[in-house]
Design a protein around this ligand. Structure first.
Ligand SMILES: Nc1nc2c(c(=O)[nH]1)N[C@H]1C(S)=C(S)[C@@H](COP(=O)(O)OP(=O)(O)OC[C@H]3O[C@@H](n4cnc5c(=O)[nH]c(N)nc54)[C@H](O)[C@@H]3O)O[C@H]1N2
Ligand SMILES: Nc1nc2c(c(=O)[nH]1)N[C@H]1C(S)=C(S)[C@@H](COP(=O)(O)OP(=O)(O)OC[C@H]3O[C@@H](n4cnc5c(=O)[nH]c(N)nc54)[C@H](O)[C@@H]3O)O[C@H]1N2
Ligand code: SF4
Ligand SMILES: [Mo]
Length: 734
């Protein structure tokens, strides 16, 4: 028996837990939290223990495959790339390069090589339109961060370990473990706030697991967060509670915000939000008077009709109360290694300009280079110049995750070329002509690239490979090759190593390091070499010898439990990249959306509205094939308040028919007073009953796809982000 122990970072979510992985005779026999890990100190969740099951999953795709009709054939890599070349070159010849598009999915941000190389893919391919999961996620936050701070990934995060008053809106860290907020054992930190005499308030239409652990749960009507936050701003000015603190000299537009909030008194918004005016006043006073307080808004405040206004107001309230860029408030992370994914976007150098182009079919103006992902289907199935004929999906499952799911599912079959870089044959990739598998997490190194931008400490750890992948290519090589093919290069002429040298050299130069010095100093190729550059030119780096005790990749190889450089520090002056070096608290394009909010305040919903939720044991759509994670009680259920269930004529366990303007699903009812009246909830990421997939376990726990109910034209027009929360629905017995 041959046994070994490995220390690694879990790549599944933003908590980035340190794991201890035991391998016996080539199989993972145990995974537990690494107690010596400097960052997570032994914490982990059930998903982390499933990395072995994911790796050993017999359904996981390990060999490239080509589809003809409904037949899949396993091929070698040379044959797979030759097929990609033939398909891509064919589309370019028959149509043009502009007929190619791509979809970038969520795991890209968590994957060692995809996260670092997706930018090279985009740069090489120069595709006219790129779609991503970002427009069903955090695009409003990207937009407001670009407007306020000049960087779309400069997103301040709550300093949970040091705050004494934490308001959580539209996030459920009990399930998600934190989002745009990297903090290991987030519920432990929440308990810590209470233990030191502080307070946690959860504002959510659902009494979530986080709300259960908090001091106070305030139910809110979905989509009305911006109205609630405007009322907070109104109270701050009315009661003279505004104090900008240390950043006062950087802030413009305070008077414009005051004027904008004048019409949104707590009394005016209470009926729409269903939060009593006295509660709004009390929370505002408590928040403003606590020296260390942080207001946090996450996906519930983004994936909705007023995503941009709500995301903007989260920062505005923190700034107006002196809870910005200060310990215990919202702060910017300080990554030990700068991220390729968060490098400044040159297009923002002169500030944010929206609508540089429009989507072809619906004419939707772009925002930060993207139109809603729900445009993808119509761009594929509507004939005319510019129609998408080739699609490359990168670690994404849009057939499940994007609104208007049914039309997309049908449209993908019309493509002349679909190539999926993915480890599963699932609802999306079953339409591909070529399926190119990446490596499993345990077959590749790890070191997060983007997430440390909002990490509550500057801590990191390097993970080495546990299982040798043989001569299978890593995803960065595949991406680079596909990017070059989209640019019109033929497979035989593509020199991946040369392209990588060019990419690396340019990044080194941008960091002020002579490319030849960096090339000689950081051996190897690909993301490992790049990581060495990121660390060495980061804030604690050795700058290739210029800083004697500075860090390099080797420092992390020598420290298997990680390196911790301490908590977040005030650094807005270093981060600010707006053209005038100041923070405009009242951007004109945001204020221009206020009449829409004012109109919403006049309207009171009377029917039911649908929201989304997550579960600790799921990860979007792609971990339902792990039996230890899906066993037990069915999780894909319609949560509904007892009064609404009675009104709809359904009881616990019944099958209900849920309909929206977009579609209908049938699903088991779970009656619970954890929902506020008038709001129902379905998890996203389910609906695994499609023919032609290879997910034997997930198929047994299929659930329904809640995006069949999401209308494509229900989105936040400022940011182009989908509104998958607050969808009007009707519930009747099935
Ligand atoms: N109604 C509703 N819809 C939502 C949401 C919601 O709350 N409600 N949430 C939205 C959010 S926040 C997100 S991020 C999106 C997610 O949307 P997507 O990113 O489209 O979906 P995922 O389910 O994350 O699918 C990930 C895909 O990547 C593959 N994969 C996993 N790991 C790897 C890897 O290492 N390499 C490669 N090459 N492939 C890999 C999986 O097999 C799967 O096909 O869904 C969004 N959709
Ligand atoms: N276990 C697990 N962890 C995950 C994921 C997963 O699928 N499973 N996905 C990862 C990804 S990609 C992301 S983006 C993050 C998301 O992380 P979170 O933002 O924490 O996401 P959720 O857990 O879906 O919590 C969203 C909450 O918003 C509430 N909500 C819905 N609509 C509204 C509204 O209009 N206003 C308010 N105030 N609240 C509303 C919902 O009831 C829900 O409780 O999680 C990540 N972590
Ligand atoms: S919380 Fe769970 S999924 Fe997230 S990093 Fe930790 S072990 Fe992995
Ligand atoms: Mo997400």
């Amino acid at each position: 028996m041959k046994s070994s122990t490995h220390f690694r970072t879990c790549p599944l979510c933003e908590a980035m837990c340190g794991l201890e992985v035991q391998v016996t005779d080539g199989r993972v026999t145990r995974i537990r939290g690494d107690r010596e890990d400097v960052w997570s100190k032994g914490y982990l969740c059930p998903k982390g223990t499933a990395l072995g099951a994911l790796h050993h999953d017999p359904d996981r795709i390990r060999v490239p495959m080509i589809r003809t009709g409904d037949q899949w054939e396993e091929v070698d890599w040379a044959t797979a790339f030759a097929k990609c070349d033939e398909l891509i070159a064919g589309v370019i010849e028959r149509h043009s390069k502009d007929a190619i598009s791509c979809y970038i999915g969520n795991p890209t941000a968590h994957n060692f090589s995809l996260g670092r190389y997706v930018g090279l893919f985009i740069g090489l391919s120069q595709l006219p339109v790129v779609y991503s999961a970002g427009t069903v996620d955090q695009w409003p936050k990207n937009l407001t961060s670009a407007l306020l701070y000049g960087g779309m990934w400069s997103i301040p995060t709550p300093d949970v370990p040091r705050t004494d008053y934490w308001i959580v809106m539209g996030g459920n860290p009990q399930a998600s473990q934190g989002s745009l907020l990297a903090c290991a054992d987030i519920l432990g930190e929440l308990d810590g706030i209470k233990a030191r005499g502080g307070k946690v308030v959860v504002i959510d239409p659902r009494r979530t697991g986080t709300a259960d652990r908090a001091d106070e749960w305030i139910p809110i009507v979905p989509g009305t967060d911006a109205a609630f936050l405007m009322a907070m701003v109104n109270v701050l000015f009315e009661e003279d509670l505004v104090q900008l603190g240390d950043v006062a000299d950087l802030i413009d537009g305070v008077d414009a915000v005051r004027a904008a909030a004048a019409d949104f008194s707590p009394e005016h918004v209470e009926q729409t939000t269903r939060i009593p005016a006295d509660v709004i006043r009390r929370i505002t006073r408590e928040f403003a008077s606590t020296p260390r307080a942080a207001l946090y808004g996450r996906i519930g405040t983004c994936n909705q009709e007023f995503g941009t206004l709500a995301s903007w107001l989260v920062d505005v309230v923190n700034i107006l109360t002196g809870h910005f860029d200060t310990p215990g408030g919202i702060m910017f992370g300080k990554p030990i290694a700068w991220g390729v994914g968060s490098l400044p976007n040159p297009e923002l150098a002169d500030g944010v300009q929206l609508g540089k182009w429009k989507s072809r079919v619906r004419g939707i103006p772009e925002v930060l280079g993207q139109v809603p992902v729900s445009c993808m289907a119509e761009e594929i199935d509507t004939p005319g110049p510019g129609q998408i004929k080739a699609l490359i999906t990168i670690a994404g499952n849009p057939v499940i995750s994007a609104p208007g799911a049914a039309r997309l599912d049908a449209a993908l079959d019309e493509l002349e070329c679909m190539i999926s870089l993915d480890n599963a044959l699932n609802e999306t990739t079953r339409h591909a002509h070529v399926l190119l598998p990446g490596l499993s997490a345990l077959e590749q190194p790890h070191f997060d690239d983007l997430i440390p931008m909002w990490q509550v400490r500057s801590a990191a750890r390097f993970t080495d490979v546990i299982f040798d992948a043989g001569d299978r290519p890593a995803e960065w090589e595949i991406l680079t090759r596909l990017g070059a093919m989209c640019a019109g290069m033929r497979d035989a002429d593509i020199d991946v190593a040369m392209l990588d040298d060019g990419f690396f050299g340019a990044l080194a130069e941008a960091q002020g390091v002579e490319p030849s010095v960096a090339l000689a100093g950081s051996p190897g190729i690909g993301p490992l070499r790049l990581l060495d550059l990121q660390i060495r030119t980061g804030p604690w780096g050795d700058r290739y010898g210029d800083v004697p005790d500075g860090l390099s990749l080797q420092s992390f190889r020598d420290a298997p439990h990680g390196i911790d450089q301490g908590p977040m520090v005030p650094r807005v002056r270093e981060i600010l990249a707006t053209p005038d070096g100041r923070i405009d608290l009242a951007p004109a394009i945001v204020l221009a959306d206020l009449p829409r909010l004012a109109a919403r305040v006049e309207r009171t919903e009377d029917g039911l509205v649908l929201t989304s939720r997550r579960h600790l044991r799921s990860n979007n759509s792609w971990m339902h094939n792990v039996s230890i994670l899906v066993k037990g009680k069915d999780r894909c259920t319609l949560l509904i308040h007892p009064d609404d269930a009675t009104a709809a004529g359904v009881t616990h366990g019944d099958l209900a028919r849920v309909s929206s303007e977009a579609g209908t699903v049938e699903i088991a009812v779970e009656v619970s007073d954890e929902m506020m009246p008038g709001v129902v909830s379905l998890p996203h990421g389910w609906g695994h009953d499609k023919a032609g997939t290879r997910m034997s376990v997930a198929r047994e726990h299929a659930g329904v796809n809640n995006n069949l109910l999401a209308p494509v034209d229900f989105y936040d027009p400022l940011s182009n982000n989908a509104a998958v929360n607050g969808i009007p629905v009707e519930v009747i017995p099935a």
